[in-house]
Structure formats: C-alpha cells, structure tokens
Design a protein around this ligand. Structure first.
Ligand code: NAD
Ligand code: TYD
Length: 334
C-alpha cells in the first residue's frame, strides 16, 4: 500500500509512520505536514533514510499540493489537525481552516484519485460530555469546544462524501492519547516536564474530570486495524476503557518522578470543560484489536522517555510556548 500520511510529523502521526514502515515491508509513506508549532521533523528522524519514505512540507488545505500527492498513493490517512482544546478557546479560526476545510480538500483529492480507502483520524471529544454510560458509534455528535466542533465538522464532510459520492471512508474516534514525542501542552507531557523541573502542575477546577488515556502505540495499531480490515463506511471508537481524573494523572506522574504533592496547583476551571468521555469499543474489538498497555505501564514508559530525551522537549518549552502558557493560565486563574 502507498500511503499519504498527513500530519505525520506530529505526535500520533509520526508513531503511525514509524510503525507502518517497521511492520509493513511492502508499504511506502509520503508525509504531508505543515510543521506548525506541534509538528516536529525530529519525530521522523529514525525513518529519514528509508527509501520507502518521503517528506513534503505543505498544508492539507492547499489543493495544488494535495491533488498531485493523492494521485501518487492508494490511500490518505488524515492525522493533520489543530488539536489542543485550550488553543481552540483562544483562536478557533485555524481549527476551522485545517480540521474542516483541510479535510474537505483531502476528500475531494481522494475522490478524484479514485481511492478505495480514506481514513479520517477523529476523536472521542466529538460525542461531547458523557454523563453516564459509554458512547457508541451511532450516537449523536454533541461537540462542546471549538476543537471538537471542528473535528465533528470534518467528520460530517466525510459522511457527506460517503453518502453523496460513495467514497469508501473510515473514521476512527480515539480517546486521549499519550506517550513519547507528545508536544508538552496536553496534560501528561506538560505535567511530566513541569514535574521534572519542579514547576507547578496546573489542575483545572477540582481535578475530577476524567479521560480514557490511551497509549499511542495502541491508538496507532487501532487506526491500522481499522484501515486494513475495517468496513468502508464505518466509524470505530478506539479507547482503553479506563477513567482517570486530572488529580490521578498528577499523582501518578509525581509518584513516578518521586516529586512532592505540593507541586499540584489548582487553577480556575477551563470554560466549558467536558467532565467525562467514555467509549464503547466493542466494534473495534470485533476486528481483533485490543489495547496492550495499561495506564500505569504507559505512564512509566512515557516518564522514562521524557527523562531520557530532554534534548527533544527542552527546546519546545521556550518562547511561544511560555507566551501561550502565561496567557492560558492567566485566563484560567483570573
Ligand atoms: P499534534 O498536534 O501533535 O500533530 C498535528 C500535526 O498536524 C502536526 O505535525 C502539525 O504540523 C500538522 N498540521 C497541522 N495543521 C496542518 C495543516 N493545515 N496541514 C498539514 N499539516 C498540519 O496532534 P496529535 O495529538 O498527533 O493528533 C493527531 C490527530 O489525532 C488529530 O487529528 C487529532 O484530532 C487526533 N486525536 C488526537 C488525540 C490526542 O489525545 N492527542 C486523541 C484522539 C484523536
Ligand atoms: P488535555 O490534555 O488538554 O486534553 P483534552 O482537553 O483534549 O481532553 O486535558 C486532559 C484533561 O486534563 C482535561 O480534563 C483537562 C485537564 N487539564 C488540567 O487539569 N490541566 C492542564 O494544564 C491541562 C492541559 C489539562
């Protein structure tokens, strides 16, 4: 299979590229990535010399770049997105541009190229806040942040291209993902890198909101399983099935690094903070996929990776990072 992996220089996309080249000897991969603040070529360093891999610097919303690339490949796997809820509260425009308009450009290119598969990487956040029970794929989408609304918008275009044009597209809805190479703005890499430097861990509200944290390798194996064995036209939830609160994340990270509980710092809650996401993953499991890495094991591996790779994350925590950090946590503490 010849794959176009968009957003392949990001956290999950780069794991997917490394995994594909390692596990599918016949496959080739073109990465298209705009290299936003979250994109990082260091994530692809280990595959740089592989003749089956090529990197293209560009925007998924640019049809002049996407069209010719789509014609060279068999399938598009779309990871490219603006992906951070807090940034979407401050500046939603780029989320709409990439997550909605960019998805449209990719769908149109896939259709014109006659692709027999398209995979849209989406998120459990499109279901919105789930008070009780577990979200199933047929449930209504009720996004509540500009980020999740932009991801739901991208999904709806996928649905439209399936229904109107018969595009054989698959959507995966993964839960909160963590592991090596994650930009230190999401809770787990932020808390690990702050704790290493004895900086406070900012906990929104009372820290009781829960997420289903999924190790990045499990998420990527799920996407790959859906791509290769899933049914065209189907949506697939991918999650571990655990419910871990913000306070538990902080306690687990502090314990793993042997740091004091006093580093936990309550800050004002995020506006519109979704209290809980929870997925029913039986459809994914019926394809033979199941997660392999539990939360405790995954956190240990992730902490060890950040301890061993300061040269990867230290340069990221400078300049623009701290400007956003100050604005974001001032907004939430005022
Ligand atoms: P990330 O922010 O680490 O990476 C996004 C990548 O997309 C970056 O390399 C960035 O440069 C690139 N990109 C952004 N805009 C682009 C554009 N217009 N054109 C080309 N490239 C562009 O994100 P991630 O955490 O790796 O998430 C990847 C995908 O998985 C996203 O679609 C996200 O919505 C989804 N997802 C993420 C999580 C999570 O917890 N991180 C969970 C479920 C689903
Ligand atoms: P985050 O990693 O931003 O992912 P998302 O909001 O997309 O689920 O946040 C995960 C949870 O952690 C969420 O309940 C908000 C909380 N959180 C904090 O308490 N403090 C923080 O500094 C961050 C970034 C998140």
């Amino acid at each position: 299979m010849r794959l176009l992996v968009t957003g392949g220089a990001g956290f999950i996309g780069s794991e997917y590229v490394r995994m594909t080249l390692r596990e599918h000897a016949e496959d080739s991969v073109v990465v298209l990535d705009k290299l936003t603040y979250a994109g990082n070529l260091a994530n692809l360093e280990s595959v740089r010399g592989d003749p089956r891999y090529r990197f293209v610097h560009g925007d998924i919303a640019d049809a002049a770049i996407v069209g010719p690339l789509a014609a060279e490949v068999d399938v598009i796997v779309n990871f490219a997105a603006e992906s951070h809820v807090d940034r979407s509260l401050e500046a939603p425009g780029q989320f709409i541009q990439t997550d909605v308009y960019g998805t449209y450009v990719l769908l149109e290119a896939a259709l014109r190229a006659g692709h027999e598969r398209f995979l849209q990487v989406s998120t459990d956040e499109v279901y919105g806040d789930v008070e009780s029970g577990r979200s199933r794929e047929a449930d209504a989408l009720r996004p509540r942040s500009p980020y999740s609304a932009s991801k739901a918008g991208g999904e709806m275009l996928v649905w439209a291209y399936r229904a109107s044009h018969g595009l054989p597209a698959i959507i995966t809805r993964g839960s909160n993902t963590y592991g090596p190479h994650q930009y230190p703005e999401k809770i787990i890499p932020l808390f690990i890198t702050n704790a290493i430097d004895d900086l406070p861990l900012p906990i929104y509200g009372d820290g009781s909101a829960v997420r289903d944290y999924l190790f990045v390798e499990d998420h990527c194996r799920g996407i790959d399983t859906a791509l290769r064995t899933g049914e065209a036209g189907c949506d697939y939830n991918i999650g571990l099935g655990s419910e871990v609160s913000g306070l538990e994340v902080a306690d687990t990270v502090l314990a793993a690094l042997d740091k004091p509980a006093a580093l936990k710092q309550p800050v004002r809650d995020r506006p519109g903070h979704d209290r809980r996401y929870a997925l029913d993953t039986s459809r994914m499991r019926s394809l033979g996929w199941e997660p392999r890495v539990g939360f405790a094991d995954g956190i240990r591996r992730t902490v060890d990776w950040y301890l061993a790779n300061p040269s990867w994350w230290r340069p990221l925590k400078s300049g623009e990072f701290w400007e956003f950090y100050r604005r974001n946590y001032r907004r939430v503490t005022e």
